[in-house]
Ligand binder design. Structure first.
Ligand SMILES: [Zn+2]
Length: 400
């Protein structure tokens, strides 16, 4: 039974994004609160130091003004309090409960003794549902994702909101609008900087290119000064090239400028955006379901799976769709570790040993051939070559 001992570390390898997404959301709530506090308190501080100066030259007439200023400060602080508690109610508490529920889900697996227990089976079922939702979301099937999540009651364990955001922003990029993506960049400015991600520059450059395409050269120059120059430490060459772009019409055949005008850049932006958002949430670029399946497929994949002559209906890798997924994984090292009978789909081993036709050498399991012989008066026929012989003429094959 020791082989069924749960490999908790292996399970957790998949779960980093599961904990990370709500954590990043909570950080955003925290940052927004912090910004509000800084803004309002610095205003209050400015007013109060202004008041302190004023009271020095006290002439009585400024008492009214001072009262007004103090009232203003009180209003500010009250507004701040209201704003913070709204933010906490609308985003802070929900995110906290998502985090708590997810960590509890992960913690549950630590107490499970082995993979054979019903507790683990239930846990793994939930995990599979989560992965199915992830798969649906990544493939733009949001309705399906929502339905699964709702039916299984796992709304807090899946990232539907994140993918709704992705959808909305990518749709905008599809309409050639950078506004939504730029707003996302500004929300995640510090994280993007941490990852040295330059999506924001690419978006700015694209808006600039669109101005150049519309031949709005003055606007383009103003835009470049405002948004591109800030990147000169890292993107000077690109900024120079962008400046020169204004001398070329969108119909230019000059290589580098033709490339800047290329509408395919929009598709690249969409791709860069998706990579950036995955990166920030530590989400893998491929569905979790695929990653989990790669591991299993790698242990089953044989060269025979890709030969139409030797495909087996009971082998998952031989299945065309799973086989395509398995193209990425290496072949199983134990090429001969399991031999599956093509007649019965059962594994051939010492108990159900393989038997070979004497001429063609085609191999099937003893059980399947015995069945066939019983139905055909002791005669067996190879379904592939049509070779016929008596059951007793079959050769034994020994697995080494
Ligand atoms: Zn196969």
């Amino acid at each position: 039974m020791s082989s069924n001992k749960l490999n908790v570390e292996g399970i957790m390898l998949f779960e980093q994004p599961f904990a990370r997404v709500p954590y990043e959301n909570y950080r955003k709530v925290f940052r927004t609160s912090q910004k509000n506090i800084e803004k309002e308190l610095s205003a209050v501080q400015a007013t109060s130091s202004d008041l302190a100066k004023r009271t020095k030259g006290d002439d009585g007439s400024s008492a009214d003004g001072a009262m007004k200023a103090i009232d203003g400060m009180i209003t500010r602080v009250e507004n701040l309090k209201r704003k913070l508690s709204e933010l906490q109610d609308s985003a802070g508490i929900p995110t906290q409960s998502v985090m708590r529920e997810r960590l509890e889900h992960l913690a549950a697996v630590e107490n499970v003794e082995s993979a054979n227990t019903p507790e683990f089976q239930r846990w793994a079922d939930v995990r599979l549902d989560r992965w199915l939702v992830d798969w649906a979301l990544r493939n733009g099937k949001e309705k399906t994702a929502r339905k699964i999540a709702e039916e299984k009651g796992i709304e807090r364990l899946v990232d539907i909101d994140l993918f709704s955001d992705i959808c909305r922003i990518e749709e905008a990029l599809g309409r050639k609008s950078c506004t939504e993506a730029l707003a996302w960049c500004s929300e995640n400015k510090s994280a993007l900087r941490r990852f040295k991600n330059t999506l924001e520059f690419d978006l700015r450059l694209q808006e600039y290119i669109e101005l150049a395409r519309a031949r709005k050269n003055m606007d383009a120059m103003v835009y470049a000064r405002k948004y591109l120059l800030a990147w000169q430490d890292t993107h000077l060459a690109q900024i120079h090239q962008a400046s020169a772009l204004l001398c070329f019409p969108p119909t230019t055949s000059c290589g580098p400028y033709k490339r800047l005008y290329d509408p395919a850049r929009w598709a690249n932006l969409t791709q860069s955006f998706r990579l950036a958002i995955y990166n920030l949430s530590t989400l893998p670029t491929e569905p979790l379901l695929h990653l989990a399946m790669y591991a299993g497929l790698a242990s089953l994949k044989l060269p025979a799976c890709y030969d139409p002559e030797t495909k087996n209906v009971d082998c998952p890798v031989c299945d065309p769709s799973l086989g395509r997924l398995a193209e990425e994984v290496p072949f199983s090292h134990h090429v001969n570790s399991t031999i599956v009978c093509r007649l019965s789909g059962k594994i051939m081993d010492g108990d159900n040993m393989p038997l070979a036709f004497p001429v063609s050498g085609q191999v099937y399991s003893r059980e399947a051939l015995e069945d066939m012989a019983a139905k055909h008066n002791g005669v067996v026929t190879c379904p592939r070559t049509g070779e016929t012989c008596g059951y007793s003429s079959l050769r034994k094959v020994f697995i080494s």
